[in-house]
Design a protein around this ligand. Structure first.
Ligand code: HAS
Ligand code: CU
Length: 550
């Protein structure tokens, strides 16, 4: 491969930047509520001071979950994938207007969903389980965000098809391949929540039907909710596989293994949702078992990832003079904030993944479900593995898009380390509290039943949350500082895309063929979900009216 010479046009750069801007504004607002919850756990309840703006802990928790887990991720990801498709294929979008329409649909949806949340008419958290009932605009708004992201995805497909026509027989460049695959995964995954919204929640919230079936709604939700976590994760993996190795001066250890991991995610991500429903009475034990087995198999592509990414890092570190069994780690360019953020994200993600395996074991889950262990787990995965990686990516991507030098890289490095340290304190305490039985989604600071042995851990939750807050402020300071900086980059920032150790032309053709994998993925979904969906829909029991519990 030759040096990367392709560049996005100013219009394309601005289009991607808009995605990142919305994502960062969402994160800025959403993270504000994180420390509020953490301080509440530590006994310092600041919510009364936010009256009448924010009415309750649950309104704050909804804002936190929706803005961080749904909005920050979806907007950053659609922006990053757009960048990868254009840059990876080295051609403009086939129908840029289509992608713009998708983006604006997402914006309209976001505004629609935000209004009822801010008016305290949708404090139903990011999982919006019925029979809690939100204002219809919340459901319609979230649906539009998803539909908008689909439309952006169609734009990717047209672009990919055009590239394929121009380049028959060539291997799809990895970052574009993996980005299109992530979108395909997303479009299959979101069918569950689309059906939930269209057949139940939207008609119900509009008063067209009186009652819903909460069990069926949960089944639809987790059909989407589980693969959602891979929609978040795969863009971070794209960076770890294809960009981070270049940033550390190395190469991608294996293009074939990387592609195989992505195909396995497409194959295995969806049919596992019942591991979120181990305690649901309406799902038979046998199907929970099937999903448990499949959950343990999706562990495999993450193991491939750990192996391939660490091998790529080691290759780079040794080229830079690194030696020893483990000492080579020190030869990685830790001073580069983008690298440090992603390495630290990967380190914590490892523990988040292991906690996921604990969740996935049925008998252990009975102990951990609905405890703070679960938010402990997902703050290591989505809030660190993914979010800290995206922050790391933005440390080169924002200078690339704006043509401005990264403002105060030292602060950026501090930001990454503070996130790492704050998250260790926060999430370790959350995990331990969960094992001790502390419930999640609960203002524990006010609870009368808190045993003394929880207290030190609750305090650590608060301390960790405080450190994370400082880290978030540093992140936004660096981003704003960069955007408004007068210091331009001397020449366009190089996009870090690593070459593979072996020429990509040696990657077997079956790793670049869509039909078998997509059909296999759909078939597996039919096998693992079909019979239960059929049963639950056949026995639909629209019995529950809506409740406003906040
Ligand atoms: Fe999970 C609940 C099981 C992965 C997110 N998960 C959640 C929830 C969220 C979430 C948000 O089985 C809560 C939903 C809610 O609100 O109720 N999860 C798993 C399993 C995995 C897993 C088995 N989860 C994720 C990822 C997430 C995420 C990824 C977001 C991005 N999870 C569960 C279960 C529940 C659950 C149950 C339900 C709990 C309940 O009862 O409610 C696995 O896919 C994880 C496999 C990954 C690994 C790690 C491999 C390590 C790597 C790191 C390499 C290191 C590098 C750094 C690159 C085993 C790849 C090197 C650095 C150097 C310096 C050298
Ligand atoms: Cu899951």
């Amino acid at each position: 491969m030759t040096a990367q010479t392709y560049s996005l046009s100013p219009k394309e750069k601005s289009f991607v930047s808009w995605h990142l801007l919305v994502a960062m504004v969402a994160l800025a607002l959403g993270t504000l509520f994180g420390p509020l919850q953490a301080f509440e756990h530590a006994g310092l309840n600041l919510y009364p001071f936010l009256q009448p703006l924010i009415k309750s802990y649950y309104q704050g928790l909804t804002l936190h979950g929706v803005l961080n887990a749904l909005v920050w991720t979806t907007f950053f990801i659609t922006g990053f994938l757009t960048f990868n498709v254009i840059y990876g294929l080295k051609r403009p979008l086939r129908y840029p207007t289509l992608n713009q329409v998708g983006f604006w649909l997402m914006i309209v949806g976001l505004v629609m969903a935000a209004i009822p949340i801010l008016l305290n008419k949708a404090s139903v958290l990011y999982t919006f389980y019925p029979p809690m009932k939100a204002h219809w605009a919340y459901y319609v708004g979230l649906t539009l965000v998803v539909v908008g992201s689909w439309v952006e995805g169609y734009g990717f497909y047209f672009t990919y098809a055009a590239w394929r026509k121009e380049n028959p027989g060539e291997r799809t460049p990895f970052i574009a391949f993996a980005s299109v695959l992530t979108m395909v995964l997303w479009q299959i995954a979101t069918l569950g929540v689309a059906v939930e919204m269209l057949t139940m929640l939207i008609p119900w919230s509009l008063g067209l039907i009186e009652t819903v079936d909460p069990q069926l709604a949960r089944t639809y939700f987790w059909f989407t909710g589980h693969p959602l976590v891979y929609f978040w994760l795969l863009p971070a993996y794209i960076s770890w596989y294809a960009m981070l190795p270049k940033q550390v001066g190395g190469k991608m250890f294996s293009d074939s293994l990387a592609r195989l991991a992505f195909w396995l995610f497409l194959l295995l991500s969806v049919p596992l949702g019942f591991h979120h429903q181990y305690v649901d009475p309406g799902v038979p034990a046998g199907w929970k078992f099937v999903h448990a087995v499949l959950t343990f198999s999706v562990f495999f592509p993450s193991l491939l990832t750990a192996f391939t990414v660490i091998a790529s890092l080691e290759y780079g570190a040794r080229k830079n003079g690194g030696t020893g069994l483990f000492r080579w780690v020190l030869a990685l360019p830790w001073r580069d904030p983008s690298v440090a953020a992603q390495l630290l994200a990967g380190l914590l993600f490892f523990f988040g993944g292991i906690g996921g395996l604990a969740n996935a074991a049925y008998n252990v889950n009975l102990e951990l479900h609905n405890t703070t262990f679960v938010p402990g787990h997902f703050h290591l995965t989505v809030a660190t593995g993914v979010t800290l990686t995206f922050m790391g990516v933005s440390y080169w991507l924002v200078p690339y898009l704006t043509g401005k030098k990264l403002w105060k890289p030292d602060l950026a490095r501090w930001q990454a380390w503070l996130w790492f340290i704050g998250m260790i304190i926060f999430s370790n305490a959350m995990h331990v509290l969960g094992i001790l039985g502390a419930p999640r989604r609960t203002p524990l600071g006010d609870a009368p039943y808190v045993p003394a042995e929880w207290n030190s851990r609750l305090l650590q939750v608060g301390i960790g949350g405080g450190i994370l807050f400082i880290s978030a402020i540093l992140y936004f300071a660096v981003m704003i500082g960069t955007a408004f900086s007068k210091v331009k980059v001397e020449k366009e920032v190089e996009v870090p895309v690593a070459e593979a150790l072996q020429p990509v032309s040696q990657t077997p053709a079956w790793l670049d063929r869509w039909a078998p994998w997509v059909y296999a993925a759909l078939a597996l979904i039919v096998i693992a979900y079909g019979p239960q969906l059929y049963e639950q829909i056949r026995n639909i029991s629209l019995t529950s009216p809506g409740f406003r519990v906040w």
